[in-house]
Design a protein around this ligand. Structure first.
Ligand SMILES: *Cc1c(COP(=O)(O)O)cnc(C)c1O
Length: 360
């Protein structure tokens, strides 16, 4: 068996320990005589898996009691619709557009009501986070929506926007559990788990209880009402059982690692190794304004498409895979999520140095 260094933006690298444990439990989960994939979601055994997962996540993120944790399906993209369907009481949402995912959410919201663009960084190819300290925010907005870490462009809010009292909704798909956050500052914080937490197929929604109501837009399907899932502890219908089980293992791994404050330090250390190299390289350049750089997704270019392609090809052959930038951006992107060991980043930088010398 040989594992590569996987810099994929998602689905992405998971902790090896978690994968091994899951492999060990594949045929017989804790004496049940079956795999987690094969058991009833109403069984006692599974009930413990999902309850433990929620409890561990609550501990890790210090989630206040007046927030529900929902394990849902449909990916982060389904939330682009579910959020307006459940929250647009005045039919008016404010959006800050900082990348492709933010833009998709903005466009989807327009189907359900008025979506106001409060700020955007599209003028500079989304390479920065706009100043959101004093935005012009209409009084009657239902909520302010952000994508906190922009997976494709590699930017991250270092400070949350001043919403002037409005509910903040944040897509944290690609920075989920990468550092501590203050959940009480958000109305909804949600993420697809396939970036930093688990296998594709699960989206975790952390929602303040007063935002869960019967009063959804007319025609909202039962499955797309937060209330349906909140009232049934995410077991209204069959949940993505196996995915939740793996997420639970990742939560235990994070707790064992020391929690989110420790993960933040590790992630800062890893990102610094790569950014420091990019800042002094004559060949490779980061594409993001320094103060807005993501700890998770690091895009970079050589400025020459042929050289980019050569780099990606040689890196792949050397065991550093999935470094090609998003199809809409080009260049390269190294996603260095929680489960990417520091060693992977150190070795990548060594490889980049060598490539630079050989191709100068
Ligand atoms: C990947 C990603 C999405 C889309 O996730 P799906 O689960 O494929 O719908 C949305 N937002 C962000 C920030 C992402 O990184």
């Amino acid at each position: 068996m040989s594992r590569v260094y996987n810099f994929s933006a998602g689905p992405a690298v998971l902790p090896e320990e978690v994968l091994k444990e899951a492999a060990d439990e594949m045929l017989d989960y804790q004496g049940s005589g079956m795999s987690v994939m094969e058991m009833s979601h109403r069984s006692k055994v599974y009930d413990k898996i999902i309850k433990d997962a929620e409890q561990d996540l609550r501990e890790l993120m210090n989630i206040p009691d007046n927030y529900k944790v929902l394990f849902l399906q449909g990916g982060a993209s389904q939330q682009f619709a579910m959020i307006p369907m459940n929250l647009m009481k005045n039919k008016k949402a404010g959006h800050i557009v900082t990348g492709q995912w933010a833009k998709k959410a903005f466009q989807e919201a327009k189907i359900y009501g008025e979506a106001v663009k409060l700020a955007s960084s599209e003028d500079q190819t989304f390479s920065y986070i706009p100043d959101c300290s004093d935005l012009d925010i209409p009084e009657d907005l239902d909520y302010v929506y952000i994508c906190e870490n922009n997976t494709i462009y590699g930017t991250k809010y270092k400070e949350l926007p001043n919403t002037k009292g409005h509910v903040l909704v944040a897509d944290v798909s690609s920075c989920f559990l990468s550092e501590p956050i203050d959940v009480s500052k958000y109305g909804i914080v949600y993420g697809g788990v396939q970036k930093n937490v688990g296998p594709a197929g699960v989206v975790i929604v952390i929602i303040r209880e007063d935002l869960i109501t019967e009063d959804t837009l007319p025609g909202t399907p039962t499955m797309l009402k937060y209330k349906t899932h909140a009232d049934n502890d995410s077991l209204y219908n069959t949940p993505p059982c196996y995915g939740i089980y793996i997420c639970g293992k990742v939560f235990k791994w994070l707790k064992k690692m020391g929690g989110l404050a420790v993960m933040k330090e590790r992630n800062e250390e890893k990102a610094k190794i790569l950014y420091d190299f990019l800042d002094q390289s004559k060949m490779f350049k980061g594409t993001v304004v320094a103060k807005d750089r993501s700890l998770m997704n690091v895009p970079f270019v050589t400025g020459d498409e042929e050289l980019d392609a050569k780099f990606v090809k040689e890196a792949t052959a050397a065991g550093f895979v999935n470094l090609k930038g998003h199809r809409t951006v080009g260049g390269m992107r190294a996603s260095i999520y929680n489960a990417m060991p520091k060693e992977g980043v150190v070795k990548l930088v060594e490889f980049m140095k060598k490539f630079e010398e050989e191709n100068a």
